[in-house]
Design a protein around this ligand. Structure first.
Ligand SMILES: *Cc1c(COP(=O)(O)O)cnc(C)c1O
Length: 434
């Protein structure tokens, strides 16, 4: 037996998963992103026989649909795994023990992928700027070109870069990396992690000449965590035939063969595939270009707020600001994790922590997936209150700056599939004229 005081202390340390404060939890981390109700409902359909006829139709639909999101005509492999599994799949299907791979340090996720390459028995070379400089900029394609030119014996087998570096809020120019590889006349495969970029930031697997693109479910695709992807070029498939790193669960050949009829060699995540089917419908109805534009607008409004507060944005290259998230640097002496804790405790909102080298120095505001103008306004409101409560002297009213930006960019929300709303002023003129 314990008395009431002990009991309440106990209850405080053991979170009750059935208790939810009123209103929505603001999950403004850059993944997992909030899962829309439509997708949650789709996921709750009964699990079916993964060898039965209905499943084949579902499999064929999602396998075809996801190609459109990657913008590829070639196979996309879907794994019942988190993004990390798809990283491993990309390397283990194409590489041999001891192979040299050129990886570029954009931030924490690039570093984790490099650590994985080491553990798999590869020899990664980690290119990048010294100190924290590289964590504030995109991939410097000229450094890649210079390094590849020196590799006259073509020992480097792959160039690996992160498209949207989720730890910093920096999006790199993948086309420029392709041009660098071609300019050096180098045969290395180009592998790109767009785990947090897909379906939020413009991405073109075929057009940009990417050999393996890695992505995941819980960011722009608005699904819970649990499935991940490899988009594979014909060149990567050729290389895979001779690659000798051990693989079985990850092996592309068996999966791609069975996928032709809409099935998998093992039990796939049936219910997450229901969710993927729903997400693909949502994305096609809105139109990918509209999805990208919405993300660009939210990101610009978020930056307007951060600048009005007088705080620094982690990304310092104007062309590389992420449409997915914004990294907010703290004034010196302020612990970003304490600010996040205050916001979590008082306003029921989760923000992304600074990871690796920038732990405690910054936090990240996610504005991806199922997010609209008013989601962002609430998010920035919570941030502004938390920053002030932390004793930071803000220069100005960031929320007001974001409102101004959003109002200026506002246009009628599309109500019908594929509707492309006219620019705001044009819509207004039509209404006044009519
Ligand atoms: C989220 C993320 C990962 C890791 O994916 P998991 O699903 O957590 O395994 C890797 N790279 C980037 C860029 C990410 O955003």
């Amino acid at each position: 037996m314990y008395n009431t005081a002990q009991k309440s202390r106990r209850e405080r340390v053991v979170p009750d998963l059935n208790f939810h404060p009123s209103g929505r939890h603001y999950l403004q981390i850059p993944g997992p992103s909030p899962v829309p109700d439509r997708i949650l409902r789709a996921i709750s359909y009964p699990t079916i026989d993964h060898r039965g006829p209905e499943f084949g139709a579902l499999g064929r639909k999602v396998l075809a649909g996801i190609r459109g999101v990657f913008k590829t005509e070639h196979p996309v492999v879907i794994y019942p795994a988190s993004g990390t599994g798809a990283w491993e799949a990309a390397l283990s299907n194409t590489m041999n023990k001891g192979d040299a791979v050129l990886m570029y340090e954009t931030g924490h996720f690039a570093s984790l992928w490099k650590n994985m390459a080491e553990r798999l028995g590869l020899q990664p070379e980690f290119l990048g700027m010294s100190g924290l400089e590289g964590w504030r900029r995109g991939v410097q394609a000229d450094m890649i070109e210079a390094r590849l030119r020196k590799d006259v014996r073509h020992e480097i087998k792959a160039v690996c870069v992160v498209h949207n570096e989720t730890s910093t809020g920096v999006t790199s120019d993948i086309r420029a990396v392709r041009r660098a590889i071609d300019a050096a006349g180098h045969p290395a495969l180009l592998m790109v992690d767009t785990i947090s970029g897909l379906a939020s930031a413009d991405y073109r697997h075929d057009e940009w000449g990417v050999d393996v693109t890695i992505s995941g479910s819980q960011k722009g695709l608005m699904l819970p965590p649990g499935i991940s992807f490899n988009a594979v070029s014909p060149k990567a498939l050729e290389v895979a035939k001779r690659a000798t790193l051990p693989k079985s669960f990850w092996a592309w050949d068996e999966i791609i063969e069975m996928n032709k009829t809409g099935y998998w060699p093992y039990t796939p995540s049936t219910n997450l595939l229901y969710g993927l089917s729903e997400a693909l419908d949502m994305i096609t109805h809105e139109g990918l270009d509209n999805v990208f534009e919405r993300h660009q607008n939210l990101a610009a409004a978020c930056r307007a707020a951060v600048r009005a507060w007088g705080l620094e944005i982690q990304c310092v290259e104007e062309a590389c600001h992420s449409p997915v998230l914004t990294g907010v640097m703290m004034p010196s002496g302020v612990d970003a994790d304490l600010v996040r804790k205050l916001i979590y405790e008082n306003f029921n909102m989760s923000l992304g922590a600074g990871l690796g080298k920038v732990k405690g120095l910054m936090f990240r505001i996610g504005h991806l997936g199922d997010c609209n103008d008013l989601t962002l306004v609430a998010t920035l409101g919570g941030c502004q209150m938390g920053l002030r409560m932390s004793g930071i002297q803000l220069k100005g009213d960031g929320v007001a700056a974001a409102l101004d930006y959003l109002q200026g960019a506002a246009k009628p929300v599309a109500r019908y599939p594929h509707e492309h709303a006219p620019p705001a002023n044009q819509a207004l003129q039509t209404r006044l004229a009519g």
